[in-house]
Design a protein around this ligand. Sequence first.
Ligand SMILES: Cc1ncc(COP(=O)(O)O)c(C=O)c1O
Length: 447
Amino acid sequence: MANAQGFQHTSRLKDCLARQAAEHMGRIADQSGVTVERDIDMRKEASDTWDRFDRHPGYQEIRLIQEVGARLGAGNPFFKAHEGVAGATTRINGREYINFASYNYLGLSGHPSVSQAAIEAIGRYGTSVSASRLVSGERPLHRQLEAALACSYGVADAIVFVSGHATNTSTIGHLFGPKDLILYDALIHNSVLQGVALSGAKRLAFPHNDWARLDAILTKRRRLFERVLIVLEGIYSMDGDYPDLPRFIELKKRHRAWLMVDEAHSFGVMGKTGKGIREHFGLDGRDVDIWMGTLSKSLASCGGYIAGETALVEHLRYRAPGFVYSVGMAPPMAAAALEALRYIETHPERVARLQDNGRLFFTLARNAAIDTGYCAGFAVVPAIIGSSLRTVNVANLLFQQGINVQPILYPAVQENKARLRFFISCEHSAEQIRRTVDLLADEIARG
Ligand SMILES: Cc1ncc(COP(=O)(O)O)c(C=O)c1O
């Protein structure tokens, strides 16, 4: 009943906003046949609409969602403040929760040896390098981290940026232009889409994981463009599945395209020793042209990287705007990522535990008839609930029972595919996972 009312509210508010927008557009259209008087009207209308942040459609959409949430008592599921390290458990408002809302997959954020490395780096270099690395922001830690990343991929070099999102935006935005074509999986991350838009290249999404459709597109269109880039994720962040990478490598070679793989959620997660999708499939690192990853997840830091051949990395080092015109990575962040990388090398048992936990959560959820979509049972397990409202309700009910999980709502996913996204940690116990899936199945069944 509450849901039905919710939809009435939602559609009424939506209608109201749509009417306001249509009226507004109509008024402007009317005024395009210019008389002085109408010009004055238009200026009045413009000053009411175009210089007010609260009239921005993006803001109005947020307010609409918040209003509906408040009327239905769903509350705001975002911006919860964690009062300590957020790992397999966390503390929010003084209460302990089993936590499935952080990407601390290997439990290395908050690990003593990683924290110690960051503290030592602060002691030696301070908290900021205060300049772009190109001018005076370079520290030995930066190159040590990049060498270690390149080594993990078995490629010539790597470069680190201060943000994972900026890594994709700046790299793709810089390397490609209007004569190029970028083909990306339909479920690709926003940071890739931003880079594609910035580049001005011709862009096309191909259906999720559908290498055969991609092959057909390339057969038809490759010759119309100069450079062609294909972009995939190692593990898809909203769905928890992965591409058949060898197939994509075969076709990118045949069509003379470049292949980029975003390993934000697969590095540290896939492969026997956590070296990602490359290790999972037993591939040569040089089979992929542009390896991208983030330092914020398994590597317990903040930032992103590109790994590949020397000409690629050196080009970015001197030209990528997000690197050249931005500060170098903060010393404690570089030190933390470097120590996390070393730690994973010597502790593959953490990776094995993470994989066991992902498999356990996924198997239990599937057995309980929870819709896990395309999930392959690694560290990201979605539970697809349906409407945004119902998803927020289930998240709230779980929260009341001591489980913290983030709802993913429209527009991040389709409105009928709103979901709870469970991020698994190697530090979750089997007991925590079983309890969570049991409660989740109960709440979903209760509707
Ligand atoms: C697939 C993917 N790429 C890039 C990013 C951006 O990384 P960061 O949050 O480290 O900036 C994310 C963030 O979650 C992601 O999921």
